[in-house]
Design a protein around this ligand. Structure first.
Ligand code: EPZ
Length: 419
């Protein structure tokens, strides 16, 4: 077992380059199953979710060649089975994208119930609703999802709830369907636009991604034979922006799309931080104690739920009393118990957490409950007085490439050690 050991009290300073977006990569990789050919994908983050996705695609018959640390050439001409390996698919959330992709490619799929971060109930009813409206039959039993369709026919689908996964999955199931599909009340996250751009590069006809109405005109097949580069990770960029504010440091975040960061920038300016927007990079610095804030997480372009724990660390040592309302997930405040072990004063009740800003945090052994909570605990350890040990690193490694090395380059005293 490994742990991170952090000696705190550092003001993070320097430059960091943002990787490709995890939540785009884990959708674009299964989307390659729609291609009867090969393609090249660049700017892939080298994280365990991507590695598992590649293992699953290989098990289905795809040929994958790594060309460099962050690029692959993938040939999906020869898909030999429609049974995804259950042990792998239950390891992460995005395995459900295999359903939309394989319904389009092969008309059938069996996959384990998706895993992923423990954020409370994570139903997939909107995914299933979309597949059934397109003409598929879906069965969920004994921890498996079995879906099949003789033919997929385009139709209008209204999403009862704004869902990133369901929006992408229905898009994947519509690309090769007969006729036109309209997804209404669609999610608008940058990674949804990236999946649509990837599919259109490979020959699909998708319009309106990034708005709440997406129109997909079914095409006969996707040729591939193209190269696509994954969009920079909005959440990773936001993580480093908030680390700069929490540590009273000064960080230049390179290779990002600042348009995707507007809600984070607005909140940082509101609490007294400073931001310089250079279009494809952004400088964030903070010289004094931030002021209190009230945050509500919302679908894009609102404040992202995936940056809620990191903002929680900023507010735990801000001036005055703050509040966060988590409107997306039922249970995304487990990290506050860990921060309280470090001297924070947070009371979480259901979907709301109240923060009474304290002067400083104190190092302690803490446990990461999910990917973004893990990132938040790293920031907390960097700003705390004394030494912090962080366990359950598997969560963090799912979504952040070489996280300790990148914080070390910003001045953090952080080591990964074998327990
Ligand atoms: C994606 O999860 C991300 N994961 C999550 O990021 C992120 O928190 C979430 O979108 C919201 O932005 C990936 O992209 C792999 P949703 P997803 O469907 O697609 C409800 C991270 O840290 N809902 O947008 O599973 C659901 O319960 C991870 O990178 C239904 O009710 O999220 C939630 O309340 C954590 N029925 C809300 O919608 C459904 O069929 C939004 O969920 C689907 C969702």
């Amino acid at each position: 077992m490994e742990k991170l050991v952090i000696k705190g009290g550092t003001k993070l300073k320097g430059e960091v380059t943002i990787n490709g977006a995890k939540n785009a990569a884990v959708a674009i990789l299964p989307a390659t199953l729609l291609i009867n050919g090969e393609c090249t994908i660049e700017n892939l983050p080298n994280i365990s979710d991507v590695q598992i996705s590649c293992e699953i695609l290989s098990a289905l018959g795809a040929k994958i060649e790594w060309i460099g640390k962050n690029s692959i050439k993938i040939d999906t001409r020869n898909i030999t089975t429609t049974n995804a390996p259950l042990d792998l698919t239950s390891k992460f959330r995005a395995s459900y994208y295999l359903i939309g992709s394989m319904l389009s490619r092969k008309g059938e799929i069996q996959v384990g119930m998706p895993g992923g971060c423990n954020l409370g109930a994570r139903p997939i009813d909107q995914h299933i609703k979309g597949f059934e409206l397109l003409g598929a039959t879906v069965d969920v039993s004994q921890g498996k999802i079995t879906a099949s369709a003789d033919k997929l026919v385009g139709t209008s689908i209204y999403m009862d709830i704004v869902s990133v996964g369901a929006t992408i999955n229905v898009m994947l199931a519509s690309v090769l369907a007969e006729g036109t599909t309209v997804i209404d009340n669609a999610a608008k996250e940058p990674h949804i636009v990236d999946v649509a751009n990837f599919l259109n590069t490979m020959g699909a006809d998708i319009r309106g991604a990034g708005t709440d109405m997406i129109k997909i005109n079914g095409v006969k097949e996707l040729k591939g034979n193209a190269t696509y580069s994954i969009v920079p990770d909005q959440i990773e960029a936001g993580t480093f922006m908030l680390a700069a504010v929490a540590s009273r440091g000064d960080i230049l975040i390179k290779n990002c799309i600042t348009k995707h960061l507007e809600s984070i920038t607005a909140k940082i300016l509101e609490i007294g931080g400073n931001v310089e927007d250079h279009g494809d990079s952004i400088r964030v610095w903070c010289n004094e104690r931030p002021n209190k804030a009230s945050i509500k997480t919302l679908p894009y372009p609102g404040f992202p739920t995936d940056l809620q724990p990191q903002m929680g660390v900023v507010l735990s040592t801000a001036n005055g009393n703050s509040r966060i309302v988590e409107s997306i997930w039922d249970s995304r405040f487990q990290y506050t118990e860990e921060l309280n072990k470090m001297g924070a004063n947070i009371m979480a009740q259901g979907k709301t957490a109240f923060f009474e800003g304290v002067d400083h945090l104190v190092g302690a052994p803490v446990y990461s409950s999910d990917l973004r909570a893990g990132a938040a605990l790293i920031i907390a350890g960097i700003i705390a007085e004394g030494t912090t040990e962080i366990y359950n690193l598997q969560h963090i490694d799912r979504g952040y490439e070489n996280i300790e090395e990148r914080f070390r380059k910003l001045g953090a005293n952080i080591e990964r050690v074998k327990e």
